[in-house]
Design a protein. Structure first.
Length: 208
């Protein structure tokens, strides 16, 4: 698997040589000595949980801000991985080519993650994406519309520590607190999450 992923990035490097001439250090020869390749996947559906404009006038402002939050959050996750690597006395490189459409398609085919999630860097799954850990569209809808106001700013990181866990999670308890969010392992097609899709306690409060 590592060799197949390495091959994807070597082809990406050659495209830089061919189509982005002059960009330095694109050959990625250091991949020959790479012990691990870590992919960080960005799930754009969660942008719907960021601040949403309540008037058309402010929609462009918040839409642009949400894109910035999404990308900055991914960058912070990647940076923290690299800091952890450095703390162990090792070296690392950020392979940003996974964000290119062609490279992303190749990686999705090799590793099995939904193509609409982009690989912004090269941890979550050994030797491929685990579809039983995929968050279904309806789960994202439930979090955005209903759970979010009760989940944010809690002192406990794990939902298992919530005294009201069963009440708050309801039928989604296993998806949020269990080992498998998606037991049947079926992945979904991309859906439009540019605006909230479900009315719940959070959306009612926003629209009041």
């Amino acid at each position: 698997m590592r060799d197949r992923v390495t091959g994807v990035f070597l082809r990406q490097a050659q495209r830089l040589v061919d189509h982005a001439k002059g960009f330095p250090a694109v050959k990625k020869t250091y991949l020959a000595n790479t012990a691990a390749i870590i992919l960080v996947l960005g799930d754009p559906r969660w942008k719907v949980c960021f601040p949403q404009a309540t008037t058309r006038e402010w929609d462009p402002e918040y839409r642009a801000n949400n894109e910035a939050i999404f990308l900055c959050s991914l960058g912070a996750a990647i940076q923290n991985i690299q800091l952890g690597v450095a703390a162990e006395g090792l070296t690392s490189a950020w392979l940003s080519g996974g964000g290119e459409d062609l490279t992303n398609r190749e990686l999705a085919e090799v590793l099995g993650y939904p193509i609409w999630m982009k690989a912004y860097e090269q941890l979550a799954h050994w030797y491929g994406y685990q579809p039983r850990e995929y968050r279904r569209h309806a789960q994202v809808d439930f979090y955005e519309s209903t759970l979010r106001p009760f989940a944010m700013y809690r002192g406990d990181e794990s939902v298992d520590s919530w005294p009201d866990r069963d009440e708050m999670l309801g039928e989604w308890k296993e998806a949020f607190a269990g080992d498998m969010a998606n037991p049947d392992g079926v992945l979904e097609q991309e859906a439009d999450f540019s605006v909230p899709r479900v009315i719940g306690q959070a959306t009612k409060r926003r629209n009041s």
